[in-house]
Design a protein around this ligand. Structure first.
Ligand SMILES: *Cc1c(COP(=O)(O)O)cnc(C)c1O
Length: 338
């Protein structure tokens, strides 16, 4: 199998850049869902703790349980409590789901300000506060999510306006229903860097911390560095002559005699198969033929090969986003902090 290295210096550099934008390390909630975007959740959680990050965001209660010892606060985006967990805050995504949270659960309310994926409607705020009170839940925060923070358009502005209205109404309702002071957050990585003067209580930052943002030039962010590199080891080599073909389906025909080696990383390990016949490594080494489950062939004779050190480049070849390239990497791949 291939192996992954995680560059601690690049990760800490990215956290410096993010902390500057949030105006404080305590305002960073590091998103660790999906095995920390494929980086390895324990490796990243321990590095984050070492840096001084105290807040994390995950998708499920199980993920929150796994990283309980690393953080003081863990936001669970879409799950219900399974076991007692002092650190966890659970997201209310739907008015009808409020009765599924046990009495005294610490919750955060997601409001749909235009993405129409999760969250209660803006018009349901009063009804929702009422239901939260009746269920005896502890409401700590109200948040939303942008649908187009990474695109240059007016969308960013009207969604912000909507959230502003939500904040105003929520503050009034919190007083009326006797909840404590609420916290508010709306920013993922792209949104954080679009705020000229960030002033929310925290930002939920994923891809920026991993250094693989893909933003239009006008809103791009300077100074972030990819953290993850992926290497594969050689299984075997052969000399191929003009006219011979490589791999399943004989889709690549050799044009000039060369040495072709086969490396131990394939789509079963997370190499997107759509890159078949269409990928060149950062060192200019060409991938030949189809990617197989545990194998891929390159014009190379080295014992190990750097497959990528910047997921955005693979994403470009695969016509997808760095998020998919990274989260496809299987948890079984060995990870090493360098
Ligand atoms: C995944 C996720 C984030 C992080 O997004 P990035 O673009 O990786 O920073 C933030 N908020 C929510 C609700 C998410 O699901």
């Amino acid at each position: 199998m291939a192996y992954i290295t995680l560059n601690k210096q690049s990760f800490f550099n990215n956290l410096d850049v993010i902390a500057y934008a949030t105006k404080g390390v305590n305002k960073i909630a590091l998103v660790l869902k999906d095995n920390a975007y494929g980086h390895g959740v324990f490796e990243i959680a321990s590095l984050a703790k070492e840096y001084g990050i105290t807040k994390a965001v995950v998708q499920t209660a199980k993920e929150a349980q796994n990283i309980e010892s690393f953080f003081d606060y863990i936001l669970v985006l879409a799950d219900f409590p399974h076991a007692a967990n002092d650190k966890a805050r659970y997201t209310i995504n739907d008015l009808k789901a409020i009765n599924r949270f046990p009495h005294a659960t610490k919750v955060e309310l997601k409001v749909d300000t235009g993405m129409h994926r999760n969250g209660i409607a803006m018009s349901e705020l009063r009804k929702t506060f009422c239901a939260i009170k009746e269920q005896g839940l502890v409401l700590e925060a109200v948040f939303t999510h942008h649908r187009s923070a990474d695109e240059l358009s007016s969308e960013w502005f009207w969604q912000n306006d909507n959230f502003k209205k939500v904040k105003q109404e929520a503050r009034i309702l919190a007083k009326e229903f006797g909840f404590g002071e609420l916290r508010f957050h709306s920013s993922n990585s792209a949104a954080l860097f679009r705020h000229v003067d960030f002033s929310e209580d925290m930002a939920r930052v994923g891809i920026a911390a991993y250094g693989c943002m893909e933003l239009p030039e006008a809103i791009s962010v300077e100074g972030l560095k990819p953290v993850l590199s992926l290497y594969a080891n050689k299984i075997s080599s052969r000399e191929l002559k003009k006219g011979e073909c490589v791999g399943y389906g004989a889709t690549y025909e050799i044009e000039k005699e060369c040495i072709v080696s086969n490396y131990n990383f394939g789509y079963g390990d997370g190499f997107l198969r759509v890159c078949s016949n269409n990928y060149t490594t950062p060192h200019g080494v060409k991938l030949l033929g189809r990617i197989s489950m545990d194998n891929s062939s390159f014009v190379c004779d080295e014992d190990k090969i750097l497959i990528f050190d910047d997921a955005t480049q693979v994403a470009e070849a695969a016509k997808t986003i760095s998020y998919e390239v990274l989260t496809s990497l299987k948890a079984e791949i060995q990870r090493e902090i360098v």
